[in-house]
Design a protein around this ligand. Structure first.
Ligand SMILES: [Zn+2]
Length: 61
């Protein structure tokens, strides 16, 4: 499940990190777990923060 508006998408384990425009002229970076039932998702102003969040995610699903 990956909206087309995401770009620079990378995968770190089960977590995908992507950059998107939030519609208000601001670039945001998200880390979202692709494991069914996990629901982990975070949003950051910094790409590095999103990637760190993805790397440190401990999936419980
Ligand atoms: Zn997870």
């Amino acid at each position: 499940m990956r909206p087309n508006r995401f770009y620079n998408v990378i995968r770190i384990g089960p977590v995908e990190v992507g950059t998107f425009n939030n519609g208000r002229g601001q670039t945001r970076h998200t880390a979202a777990c692709t494991a069914p039932g996990c629901g982990f998702s975070t949003e950051h102003r910094d790409r590095s923060a999103a990637e760190l969040s993805a790397r440190t995610h401990r999936c419980t699903a």
